[in-house]
Design a protein around this ligand. Structure first.
Ligand code: 5GW
Ligand code: MN
Length: 298
């Protein structure tokens, strides 16, 4: 693994004043910064209460977007929201945006003070690939109409996951990507980028393989990201192609062209089916079990 040899003063491309206190040398088993000097956040590198305090003082507030369309609402939404109330950005104002085709089925969760939930109705798509891809457009629309007036930051999540540990303001930055649990330790040649030159998501090589189940940043950055991905998805449709991993392929292309200012380790979204790994010191968010047989038949 790369040993980070950067000077601390150089480490501020993330634009986050708390980052001067990040200890890049506390984890010598993993890569803690990128070649473009963005920090990669691992357990042990940061002082949690320091981040809590700085973001409270700065007045940070977070919008969380999550889609629960069709059977995914019954299967996952309640556990996602309940666990998020326990672990996601505790102490900061949080606005949930739940996108669903069945607003009447959204569970009534008791929220902590300073936290609220808005339901946004979306149309059910005929193909599941389209549910996944339409998220980019829906998120950018709501940032424009609502979120930008209410939150400094936005985080976008898959619903099929459960918070099991602190997921706090150490994750906040201008543009934030997550290392995919299944790919973070693989050599680049094995990363599953889109390899079709006809797709806008085509990549010869990349930096990392990022997981579309979690991404975020300032509202401006997430708006730019979701708009760009939506444009690429639409261009592909017009050209009769679809990227290998749908919106995730476009997200990876975007972060290749526009480097994230902050990267989250797979501790921020782990799949326990991988089994024990010594470098995963804490589970903050876990993949929920999949029941494709029931969930993917319409
Ligand atoms: C349904 C069938 C196949 C794939 C996706 C869906 C589906 C996804 C759906 O019926 N309803 C829905 O709300 N989604 C949203 O898209 C959920 O927020 C879900 O977490 C996200 C991505 O789909 P996943 O989680 O099935 O994708 P992977 O890459 O985690 O397997
Ligand atoms: Mn998922």
């Amino acid at each position: 693994m790369d040993k980070c040899t950067l000077e601390r003063a150089e480490m501020l491309t993330s634009g986050n004043s708390a980052d001067a206190s990040l200890d890049l040398w506390s984890r010598n088993d993993v890569q803690t910064c990128t070649s473009w000097k963005a920090p990669i956040i691992w357990e042990g590198m940061f002082n949690p209460s320091h981040y809590d305090q700085i973001h409270r003082n700065e007045g940070s507030s977070v919008a969380l977007t999550v889609f629960a369309v069709g059977r995914y609402l019954d299967a996952y939404l309640e556990a996602f929201l309940t666990s998020s109330e326990q672990h996601f950005m505790s102490g900061l104002p949080v606005s949930y945006y739940v996108f669903t085709d069945t607003p009447e089925k959204v569970p009534n969760i008791k929220l902590a003070p300073n936290r609220r939930l808005t339901v946004v109705k979306v149309e059910r798509q005929a193909r599941w690939q389209d549910i996944s891809m339409m998220r980019m457009k829906a998120i950018s629309d709501v940032i424009e109409s609502d979120i930008r007036h209410h939150a400094t930051h936005v985080f976008c999540f898959d619903v099929d996951q459960v918070f099991t540990g602190r997921f706090g303001p150490e994750a906040l930055g201008d543009s934030v990507a997550l290392l995919h649990a299944h790919y973070y330790h693989l050599p680049k040649r094995l990363l599953t980028y889109d390899r079709n030159p006809k797709s806008k998501a085509f990549m010869k090589t990349g930096d990392f393989y990022y997981h579309a189940a979690v991404f975020g940043g300032s509202w401006r950055s997430v708006k730019a990201l979701t708009e760009a991905c939506d444009r690429s998805i639409k261009a592909d449709k017009e050209n009769g192609v679809e990227a290998l991993w749908h919106d995730e392929s476009h997200l990876n292309k975007y972060f290749w062209l526009h480097k994230p200012s902050r990267i989250l380790s797979p501790e921020f979204c782990w799949d326990t089916r991988i089994g024990y790994r010594r470098d995963i010191e804490v589970y903050r968010l876990l993949w929920a079990p999949k029941d494709y047989a029931n969930l993917r038949t319409s």
